[in-house]
Design a protein around this ligand. Structure first.
Ligand code: XIL
Length: 461
């Protein structure tokens, strides 16, 4: 069957409930041409089609992209100015595919504390700290937010309080009271600037250690465990209409998954925030999966993920897959597409059977721009390849979204009642690497280490 008008965004629009289908974005590929554009390699043309299995999937070109394309970063301005100021230009492929496929974006890097006022933005290629120490400059983020809004895409703000990308040299000079005041100032400055344009925020990110306790970071050390509650209350004060989210990783599988302690700690933290009437509305599960992972790094089953979403939903919270990508390079080549397609399909189809599940944001959308290559190793974790061609993973995600379309089959045929099938074979048995006795040192992560899990995993693949 030809999928000529197939797109993730269209499939999401046809779902029987509102589903966010989003992607993390970066300013450089969004606003600047790269080789694929300059060489005029038109990867999105009428007769372009790719064969996957026995289905023909045709990429629909962006017809008459008549939107404004800033020839340079626009000055800080409101969205209404955009159309008058800049001549219409062909959008970079990255931008064309983004607006075709997604109804939401999340700012991958530039809306974090340090990039906003301590190291970026300066020119897009700035690698050295800018001279703007202490001053906020929303230049890059304004450009991305305005672009998204211009294309009817919602924006998720990521992330207000995260020790990994906070200006810790500066924060270390403060006492507890001063640090709390700086935290409040940052939240008000940032949310205030985007109020009315960004309606959902990752307020606190990765506050948990691998054993489910609170991670040893500067906020915990100086302010105490209440820093999380305080951050949410400040965020609510800054924008009472905003959807406020707690975001973390390796929590997706719940107590039956590969990280039961952290998943339980995540649930208990959410439960306590709700019990204390903290203004929190959603829980983000990052969903950075490694198809070749073993032990604590293996992929949780759809059944385990569904159970985790279900119990968080019972707290009255929505649940997101907030940063999904699926690494495959540690699998044999002949299993990579199969595994990646099944993971994207089965886990999202299972999540969509839960009323609390609100949507999925991919951490990037093309293998041409993935953080994995910088922070792990060479891999192809996303649903479009380096030439923006749809991969089998794309079809898996598209089919998962379609389970909620009219005539779709809710659950997509995935086993939602156990981890094994009727012949007692574990989910993913065709590609999962058995939990060999991997070197334990590769699996344990120092207790309370401030650095996030994914830093360790990248060193011990
Ligand atoms: C990563 C970005 O992808 C990189 O571009 C940036 O340099 C570092 O942060 N969990 C998170 C994200 O919450 O913010 C991280 O994103 C990936 C891990």
């Amino acid at each position: 069957m030809s999928d000529s008008n197939s797109s993730l965004r269209k499939a999401a629009s046809l779902c029987c409930k509102k589903i966010h289908i989003g992607a993390a974005i970066l300013p450089k590929p969004l606003f600047e041409y790269d080789t694929i554009d300059v060489a005029n390699i038109d990867v999105v043309k009428d007769d372009n089609s790719i064969r996957i299995d026995d289905n023909q999937h045709t990429i629909e070109p962006i017809k008459n992209a008549t939107v404004s394309y800033p020839s340079q970063y626009p000055p800080l301005h409101s969205i209404s100015d955009t159309n008058e100021i800049y001549p219409t230009k062909k959008l970079p492929m990255y931008a064309q595919v983004l607006i075709r496929e997604f109804n939401s974006v999340v700012i991958e890097h530039h809306l974090k504390w340090s990039p906003l006022c301590h190291t970026l933005p300066g020119p897009i290629n700035a690698s050295s700290p800018s001279d703007r120490i202490g001053r906020y400059d929303f230049y890059h983020v304004d450009a991305m937010v305005d672009f998204a809004l211009q294309h009817d895409m919602e924006v998720k703000g990521h992330t207000l309080i995260w020790h990994v990308t906070s200006p810790v040299e500066f924060l270390n000079t403060l006492d507890a009271k001063q640090l709390e005041e700086e935290m409040r100032r940052h939240i008000f400055t940032t949310m205030g600037h985007f109020r009315g344009r960004i309606h959902m925020w990752d307020v606190v990110n990765e506050a948990l250690a691998p054993d489910g306790s609170l991670a040893n970071n500067i906020f915990l050390r100086k302010i105490g465990p209440c820093y999380i509650e305080k951050a949410f209350r400040y965020a609510h004060e800054a924008d009472p209409s905003a959807i406020l989210i707690y975001n973390d990783n390796k929590v997706e599988g719940g107590v039956d998954g590969p990280n039961p302690q952290k998943a339980e700690g995540y649930y208990k933290l959410l439960q306590s925030l709700v019990k204390n009437k903290v203004p929190i509305h959603a829980a983000g599960m990052q969903s950075h999966f490694n198809a070749g992972g073993v032990g604590v790094n293996r992929v949780p089953s759809p059944f385990a993920v569904k159970q985790q979403i279900h119990r968080i939903g019972n707290l009255g919270l929505k649940v997101h897959f907030s940063e999904m990508d699926v690494r495959v390079s540690q699998l044999p080549l002949n299993l990579q597409n199969l595994a990646q397609r099944q993971i994207y399909h089965d886990i999202i189809a299972a999540a969509l059977t839960e009323p609390a599940f609100d949507g999925v944001w991919l951490w990037g959308f093309t293998d041409r721009h993935t953080w994995v290559k910088n922070f792990y190793y060479d891999d192809s974790p996303l649903v479009l390849d380096e030439m923006y061609q749809k991969k089998e993973a794309y079809i898996g995600l598209l089919d998962a979204l379609r389970t909620l379309n009219v005539s779709g089959i809710v659950g997509g045929g995935v086993n939602l009642n156990s981890d094994v099938d009727s012949e007692n074979r574990p989910w993913g048995y065709k590609w999962i690497t058995n939990d060999c006795e991997a070197d334990k040192s590769q699996q344990t992560i120092a207790f309370g280490d401030e650095r996030p899990d994914w830093v360790h995993e990248s060193q011990n693949p």
